[in-house]
Structure formats: C-alpha cells, structure tokens
Design a protein around this ligand. Structure first.
Ligand SMILES: Cc1cc2nc3c(=O)[nH]c(=O)nc-3n(C[C@H](O)[C@H](O)[C@H](O)COP(=O)(O)OP(=O)(O)OC[C@H]3O[C@@H](n4cnc5c(N)ncnc54)[C@H](O)[C@@H]3O)c2cc1C
Length: 377
C-alpha cells in the first residue's frame, strides 16, 4: 500500500468516526474534559502514527514532503468534528515534525516507538512569565530544569512533550523531548479560557526535574529556523478552517429547520461565508504545499503562509459574525453546537503575532509578486 493509499484510508475512517467526535464535543466542553475516548478512537484508525515517517512505521503525514493536501484534509476534518481534538492532534504532529527534522536517530526511534505504543505528544513553547520561564543547567550528563510553561494543551493527559528551554548563560532556546508524569506539576491556568475547553490547556512547572542530557533535540537555533518556524502555522489554520466548515453545516441545517432558508438575506450570508471558506481552503492548498514541499525560497514560503493564515482568520471571523446574525439569539444559547463551535473558533484563532505576519508577507511580495502566481506542484 502506498502512503497515499494509507492517507486516503485514514481520511475515510475519520469520515466514519467524525459524527461520534462531534456528538461528544458538547459534553467535553461543558465539563472541560480531555477527549480521551476520541484520541483512543483516532489511535485505532492510525491517526496518531500517521505522522511518523514511513521508515518508522507511519505515512509521513506532516513529516515527509508530498503530503500537504492530505494533511490539509486530515486537519480540516478534525477541526470540523471538534476543534479541541484538532488542536491536540496538530500539536502532536508539530512535535513529531521537530523531532524527526532535528533529532538524532536515537530520539527519532524513541519517539516513534512511543507513538507506536499509543503515546501522544504535545509542543509547549509558551513560557511562564518572567523568572518562571523554563530553563536548564547541566550537572554532569544530566539537565536540571527550572521554571515552566504556560498554555500547555493536553497538560496532565499527553504522554510526552517537546519544550523549548534556555540553557543557563545562553540565549538561543534548546528543544527538549520530555517523558511526562515524572514529577512535573500540572495546574489549571489562573483564569480559564472561555473556549477550547476540551483541549485542557493548563500550566506546567518542571522545577527540579532532572532529565538525561541526551534529551536535547538538535542544535541551538533549530526551533526558530525558517521556514519551518513560521510556516508551520498553516496547520493550525487548517484546523481552524474546519471550524468554519462546521459552522456552515450548522447554519444551513438551522435555516432549513426554521423554514428560513429561502430568505434572500440568509442566502446571501450563507453564500458569502461559503465563498470565504473555499477561498481560505484554496489558499491553504497553496500554502500547505509550499510549506510541506519546501518548493520555494524560505522567505517566500513564510510570506505565502502568512497571507493564507490572514485570509483564513478573516474568513472565520466574518463567518462567525454572519452565522450569529443569521441565527440571532439562538446562536448564543450556551451548550448548543453553534454557540460552542463559534466560541472555540474565536479562541483558537488567537495565534501569535498576526499583525507582524501580514507586514512580512506584504513587504515580501511588494517587490516579488510573481512568487504568488506560480501554480502549486
Ligand atoms: C486553544 C489554544 C491552545 C494553545 N496551546 C498551546 C500549547 O499547547 N503550547 C504552547 O506553547 N502554546 C499554546 N497556545 C498559545 C499560543 O501558542 C500563543 O501563545 C497564543 O495563542 C498567542 O495568542 P495571542 O493572541 O495572545 O498572541 P499575541 O502575539 O500576543 O498577539 C496579540 C495581539 O498583539 C499583537 N502583538 C504581538 N506582538 C506584539 C508586540 N511585540 N508589540 C505590539 N503588539 C504585538 C498581535 O499582532 C495581536 O494583535 C495555545 C493557544 C490557544 C488559543
């Protein structure tokens, strides 16, 4: 079976599983509960090993070139079913990608064998404020950690995390691969997020944890190396676009059920949202291909992803507004699917440095517009 066949099989299995994920999402949100069953179901259809390279037992989804479109379909489908599940799997893919790109053979093999045994990875890079930021000192062959991470999705539930940590006396952050449940302290955020509650985003303190020096992934500066550092954002946009797709489905159903589907204003709002959704998807096709295949100069890949990310954000924000306008107060009834998806999507769209992204992309293409016209390979 080729990797394409395996990815197609995964997408088919996910299509069959998605209604279950969507049905469970309301209770998970209400209880702020981690989607343990959903992740187990995804594991059962190969959804967690899919991102391992082929030579380590996976399909290379997100870790090998040539699979941008399949990865877009996978992440978007997850986001459509439940944005929190999409966020958790996106982080798993991002973490594995870093290990596979920068790690030595021992770490790559170790990570792969953990995933083959059902392990789930997180990527925690957002530091706790000030002096609490994660750092480490060397003691013999070991690393002694101090400080912690904020905004840790899956905290207390994932089995492994890739974290950034500064080495004492140096500036460039290093990447560490950590097995979890070894004495780190997990706590909720001081103030809970209003959306994405099932992603269970907390804070983790690693102070006094001692880990083997061999847990350092790659070289100083690897984490922020472009184009991967910025271009990886297309994957979170793919999940977000799935949220917009879910809203379109909910809106269409609600209008039909209420007998309001032939009203021209409702049709125009629906059509506008559909166009914006498809525009975002076309942009992500181009950005995903560029980012996964590295087919253009790094700055151009980053700029292409920046434009795609901005367009998807705009499409989602406008889509939320139109859905709320179309359904009125019923879009705000707590615990309904439409209220939850809109709340999750608004929260998930808050990704780093959105203004800066458009400044970079606009500046890049101002003198090189031809970079965008080329067809995707
Ligand atoms: C659901 C969810 C799960 C998450 N899970 C994780 C996780 O598992 N691991 C992890 O590491 N992180 C996680 N994060 C955090 C995430 O990585 C970002 O830190 C966070 O989303 C940043 O959002 P922000 O809107 O506050 O960004 P900011 O970059 O602070 O942007 C806010 C606004 O400030 C502007 N701005 C940015 N920088 C400047 C500046 N220097 N001067 C002036 N204006 C500026 C931006 O353009 C924007 O308008 C998660 C976030 C969410 C929403």
């Amino acid at each position: 079976m080729t990797p394409d066949d395996r990815s197609a099989g995964l997408l088919e299995a996910l299509a069959a599983l998605s209604p279950k994920l969507a049905n469970r999402a309301t209770a998970l949100d209400r209880e702020g509960r981690f989607p343990t069953q959903d992740i187990a179901d995804l594991e059962a259809i190969g959804g967690l090993i899919a991102s391992l390279p082929r030579d380590l037992g996976g399909f290379g989804l997100g870790t090998e070139p040539g699979q941008g479109l399949q990865l877009l379909d996978y992440l978007e489908a997850l986001g459509t079913a439940n944005l929190s599940v999409g966020r958790i799997v996106e982080a798993h893919i991002n973490a594995l990608r870093l290990i596979m790109r920068c790690g030595n053979e021992g770490l790559r093999e170790e990570a792969a064998s953990a995933v083959r045994a059902g392990g789930l990875f997180a990527l925690w890079v957002t530091d706790a404020p000030g002096e609490s930021a994660l750092r480490f000192e060397r003691e013999g062959g070991a690393l002694i950690l101090r400080g912690g991470k904020a905004f840790c999705s899956g905290a207390g539930h994932v089995t492994h995390a890739v974290v950034t940590a500064a080495e004492a006396g140096t500036d460039a952050p290093r990447l560490l691969m950590l097995d979890l449940d070894r004495g780190e302290r997990v706590s909720p955020l001081p103030t809970a997020m209003s959306g994405m509650r099932a992603a269970v985003t907390g804070q983790v303190d690693f102070t006094k944890l001692r880990v083997d020096g061999g847990r350092i992934i790659g070289q100083p500066g690897d984490y922020m190396r472009e184009p991967d550092f910025s271009a990886g954002a297309w994957r979170s946009s793919a999940v977000a676009l799935g949220g917009l797709r879910a809203l379109l489905g909910l809106l269409g159903n609600a209008l039909v059920v209420r007998g309001r589907d032939s009203d021209p204003h409702q049709r125009v709002r629906y059509g506008e949202t559909l166009m914006a959704y498809r525009t975002g998807q076309l942009w992500l096709e181009q950005a995903g291909q560029a980012a996964e295949n590295l087919i253009a100069p790094p700055e151009q890949i980053v700029a292409t992803v920046g434009l795609a990310r901005t367009i998807v954000e705009r499409a989602c924000l406008d889509g939320i507004e139109r859905v709320q306008r179309s359904l009125g107060l019923s879009a705000f009834l707590s615990g309904t699917a439409v209220e939850r998806v809109a709340r999750d999507l608004q929260t998930y769209l808050r990704q780093p440095a959105i203004d800066e992204v458009l400044v970079q992309a606009g500046g890049y293409f101002m003198t090189r517009p031809d970079g965008l016209w080329g067809r995707r390979s």
